[in-house]
Write a protein that binds this ligand. Sequence first.
Ligand code: T1G
Length: 687
Amino acid sequence: MSPISTRKHGDVLIVTSNNPPVNALGHAVREGLVKAIEQADSDDDVKAVVIRCEGQTFFAGADISEFGTPKSFQPPMLPQVVDIIENCTKPVVAAIHGTAFGGGLEVALASHYRVAVPSAKLGVPEVKLGLLPGAGGTQRLPRAAGVSKALEMAATGNPISAKEACGVGLIDRLIEGDLEQHAVAFADQVKDVRPIPRTSERDDKLAEARENPAIFDEFRKANARKFRGFDAPEANIKAIEAAVARPYAEGVLEERRLFMELMSGTQARAQQYFFFAERKASKIEGLPEDTKPREIRRVGVIGAGTMGGGISMNFLSAGIPVTIVEMAQEALDRGTGVMRKNYEASAAKGRMSAEQVEQAMGALKPTLSLEDLADCDLIIEAVFENMEVKKDIFGKLDRIAKPGAILASNTSYLNVDEIAASTSRPQDVVGLHFFSPANIMKLLEVVRGAKTAPDVLVTAMQIAKKIRKVAVVAGVCHGFIGNRMLMPRQVEATKLLLEGATPEQIDKVHVGFGMPMGPFQMADLAGVDIGWHRDPNRIENVRDALCAIDRWGQKKGAGFYDYDDKRQPSPSPKVQEIIEDFSRKQGVERREVSDQEIIERTLYTMVNEGAKILEEGMAQRASDIDVVWVYGYGWPVYRGGPMFWADTEGLPKIVEGIRRQQERLGSEFSLSELLLRKAEAGEKFTR
Ligand code: T1G
């Protein structure tokens, strides 16, 4: 059965795709579309065509699961399909709902008219897969929407609303009501319009760039920081430059050349791997398919500090009322004040309206009494990291919370099973580890306790999606997935300082690798004093020495770096002096440290720890570890994540590099058996 069906409505041929879940343009769909257009062309009774899709969305792009398989090269290929649509001798109207993305928007651009429901979104997210729109999208989009809009859409991959698309001429009509019916009526109105408007023949909207060729370099400059390290954005810009500089037929060839160059690169493979890794993370293995989530109508948050406030905002922004508890009025007022300030800042940037700010803050119930949490379906504790304090709170919650309420801790490394044991309902306890700033960071580690009930896990995953987080299940171990892998990196980075590397050198290697910042810049941003024992007389390591002299990081204008009033870092002779002093005191001989050694001791060891996490079953799959590091720690998505990257490097090379550093890694360090076994067997973690 072809996923494409046709039927006539008067003299309009309605071509319908039904290829769940997202009408991906797989081979069968492509073939069916070509047959449908041939049918329209050859049937004199047909005066116009409507292309529409069943289900949640219009074509959401090429079928990514076909990439790299023979199917993706099986004719008709998408560039042929769109040309056949555009060259149809009858007007073709694309009827858009849901997300017309990638190849889906290219099908719509090849159609002669586009109508859409207001809730529809249009975009070319290929750049997020390390690609560019390879079926004429980089040539037709600037001709339909203008060069600036095309640049923005293609190089960032961010969609626009149907309303905005209408504003830039990408959509001919917004449809309220029944889409198919109105699309057929529209087709009936244009069926005799000649000549048929073909986007590839338009030139008017390219004038903008011809008059101002600097538009491209200005765009590059404005986005340099965002595009750093990625190959695809520049290729998208080049393809659109070709659309302006060359005739359509030549521009399309340049598009194809750039597309194939990207498709054969490692970044595209990494980003396509990550597309599916992100979606797989939401699946929990071994749970009964029919496990029903519990209903979450009201959320309680204990602690109105940075984390408590950020966590609460996620639920308020998703329309879920929150009761927030603090010990003292002053702390409560400060916490809710910061939440309002953050919301107002978003409104000032046009990301939400003043009404939405009032609506969110209106759904917040501040209180000094834990008892007020009795009607909450989910309660999240976000107080400072002290086991006794947490056990005391969970003991109280056990008495207050209603039966069936989920009790969650935002701890970032403490033992969730021990916390659960302080209640009579450990099956209702789970870890929900948010990342700071909690209202921004997408990652959520869902910590599965030994007794956490299946429906509590399913509820946690579902509520994560509702508050737009990417949730990953982690087992109970010190630091769960992310922080546990961060530890060997921090330990080795600090040891390398004493052996001869400088904070700048180590950070430069990490930034060069694609991380947003290195370990010492990150320490200065987060605060060098996090976890410090607060005794300026007790100096056991470089951190203690810095904290003792008030070098707590950016907030103090000095940490591992000195900071100017614009918070620009510069190397600190004082810190270098402290480091060299420590080397002497600890009898560490300083020497030249290579960048490769830094990679081996700070990144290879992370991979090794990731392998141990898998060995122990503290992560369901290697790709989950990659999702944690990309969304939680800024690992460059174009390297796929630590485990995918290790596979790309080659596991034997990772093992060899670790063995080369074994002596310096010290006796406590051990090679993961899983890593060793896979390296010897020529296996990989992620594929
Ligand atoms: N191909 C194959 N499978 C896809 C898919 C696609 N394009 N899009 C989604 N899926 C699967 C997904 O893996 C999941 O499967 C299920 O559909 C639901 O997805 C030449 C080369 C459309 C906004 O990049 O952005 O066109 O996990 O969980 O949250 O120029 O999916 O259930 O087994 O994400 O409602 C360009 C990618 C392709 C769009 C829906 N298109 N998709 O979000 O559901 S490249 C894209 C999305 C291209 C041409 C080029 C989102 C969505 P499973 P979901 P959702």
